[in-house]
Structures are given as C-alpha cells and as structure tokens.
Design a protein around this ligand. Structure first.
Ligand SMILES: NC(=O)c1ccc[n+]([C@@H]2O[C@H](COP(=O)([O-])OP(=O)(O)OC[C@H]3O[C@@H](n4cnc5c(N)ncnc54)[C@H](OP(=O)(O)O)[C@@H]3O)[C@@H](O)[C@H]2O)c1
Length: 262
C-alpha cells in the first residue's frame, strides 16, 4: 500500500459504469474513500456497481445536471469515454471534462484523468480532443495526474509490472504500443490521488513481464513533472499551435484558466 496518505474524503468517479470506471469505484472503496458515481441511468448503475457507492444522476453533455454529483467532492476521477469519432469525443469525452471544470468554478479538487496512449499522434482528430481535455486539466490549477493507458486487458497473466513512460512515442495504434490490465489502471488512478509524487505528472501506462509493485511511489517519482504554465506534458512533442485551435477549446481554456482555485 502506498505511503504519503493525505486522502481526500470523497471521490467522484466519472464514467463509473464503464469498463475501467467500475474498477475505479471498487478500488476507491477498497482504499477507504467515500465514493460517489456520476451515472446516466440510476437503475442500471445500481445493478452494476457495488454497495457502498453513492449514485448521482448526471450527463456530462448537460452541465446543468452536474452540480449534485460535484458538490462537496475532494477528488474527481475521469474514466468516461465514447467512440473514436471526432464528434463523439469532442461532445462527450472532451466536453465532459470542460463541463465539470466549468461547474467547479475554480473550487480546488484533486483530478485523475484517463486518456489514452498515442493521444499526441499528429493528425488524428478524435485524439486531439482527448489532448485538449488534458490541456484543460493542466490549465485548471488543480493538483492532477493524467494517465494514458495502453491497450486494456491485452496483457498476459505474468505481465503485471507497472511501467510509466513519457513522451508518448508509441504511436502504432495497436497493442504493440503497450498493454495494461483494467484493474491496474484503476489502481494507478486511485493511488495518484494520495501519492504526492504523482502530482502534475502525465504518463503512458503499460505493463511489463513481472509482478505488480506493492507501492508505486518510486515509479511516480521517476517521472518528470509537467512544466508549470505549459499546456502540454513534460516530454510530449505536440504541434497544436494555440492560435489554430478551435474556438470551443479557446473559450473553454479561457474560462478554466480564469477560475482561480480556492
Ligand atoms: N480499450 C482500450 O484498450 C483503451 C486504451 C486506452 C484508453 N482507452 C480509453 O478509455 C475510454 C473508456 O473506455 P471504456 O472501455 O472503459 O468505455 P466504456 O466501458 O464504454 O465506458 C464509458 C463510460 O463513460 C460514460 N459516459 C459516456 N458518455 C457519457 C456522458 N455523456 N455522460 C455521463 N457518462 C458518460 C458511460 O456511461 P453509460 O454507462 O451511461 O454509457 C460509461 O460509464 C475510451 O474513451 C478510450 O479512449 C481505451
């Protein structure tokens, strides 16, 4: 179990009915947090999620529905997602992060955001919206960790050693880029909330052959932090000049950056 415990009390899991979100709920409960789940269908979520999680209805595309889920939480773990269509990712994956940050109005929370390995590869329109969601989180002024997993559950049973990479250089768009078990993604997301060394870090998450580490503090600590004031991750090679960015993003960025955490 990781050290440096400064556990926030209540964790909101966004995408809690999803394949990784469900495991993030279980892991957060296991680690002793009060857990809240943002869900679109309360009855369906009640069938899918364990006892002990507070279900709160809300839709990421409708900011007016998000207040009850967000109110009073100490941490938000984003595990939601849709398809690889640019419109879906812009209107749900990206807009979900933008809307939550907007509803927070600068109230400080700890954020763990899941995107994907290869998010920075050039010319991939849907991936660029994932990248923009990362940029909003970096600009928010909140403590955060951005986790870009490799291919979910493509790992062999003996591939459990947690590895964190930076620079996003694996961009074949296939499992050759790296693999990771969903339960390990959930563990890393929840661990990042209370391990100081995870703060302001962005990394690709994969597994190598070997056993899973009991404590991930040294793995997080080996990473370079994102540069203060930069929209991009520490070792990324990103060519998305701000002046060419879509108006939606520029407006959201201005709103998020103007809301000073307190
Ligand atoms: N598969 C991989 O190998 C891989 C690797 C790296 C990264 N990823 C990323 O992981 C993300 C999640 O994948 P997954 O397989 O866990 O997805 P999933 O099982 O389909 O779960 C998606 C979650 O997002 C929620 N959601 C979507 N739109 C929403 C909205 N407008 N309001 C509220 N909740 C919303 C869904 O809620 P409902 O249950 O109500 O639909 C569900 O809980 C993907 O976007 C992908 O980019 C995947």
């Amino acid at each position: 179990m990781a050290q440096n415990l400064k556990k926030p009390g209540t964790v909101l899991v966004v995408g809690a009915t999803g394949s990784t979100g469900r495991l993030a709920v279980v892991e957060a409960l296991r680690q002793g947090y009060a857990v809240r789940a943002l869900v679109r269908d309360l009855a369906r979520a009640a069938r899918m999620l364990p006892d002990g999680v507070a279900l709160v209805a809300g839709d990421l595309t409708r900011p007016e529905t998000l207040g009850p889920a967000i109110d009073g939480v100490d941490a938000i773990v984003f595990t939601h997602g849709t398809t690889t269509s640019e419109r879906d990712v812009r209107d749900n994956d990206y807009a979900g992060v933008a809307n939550v940050l907007r509803v927070l109005r600068g109230r400080r929370v700890h954020i763990a955001l899941m995107t994907a390995i290869g998010t920075t590869r050039p010319g991939v329109a849907y991936a660029q919206w994932k990248l923009r969601s990362e940029r909003l989180v970096r600009a928010s002024g909140d403590p955060y960790t951005i986790v870009r997993p490799g291919w979910f559950d493509y790992n062999q049973p003996d591939q459990r050693k947690v590895v964190m990479l930076q620079g996003d250089r694996r961009q074949s768009g296939s499992p050759a880029d790296g693999v990771i078990a969903r339960d390990q993604i959930a563990r890393v997301l929840i661990d990042s909330l209370h391990i100081d060394a995870a703060n302001h870090k962005t990394f690709e998450l994969i597994a190598d052959r070997g056993t899973e580490q009991d404590d991930l503090t040294t793995v997080f600590a080996s990473l370079a932090p994102d540069l203060s004031g930069s929209l991009d991750a520490a070792e990324d090679d990103v060519d998305l000049p701000f002046d060419n960015e879509p108006e939606t993003f520029r407006r959201d960025l201005a709103t998020v950056a103007a809301a000073t955490p307190r």
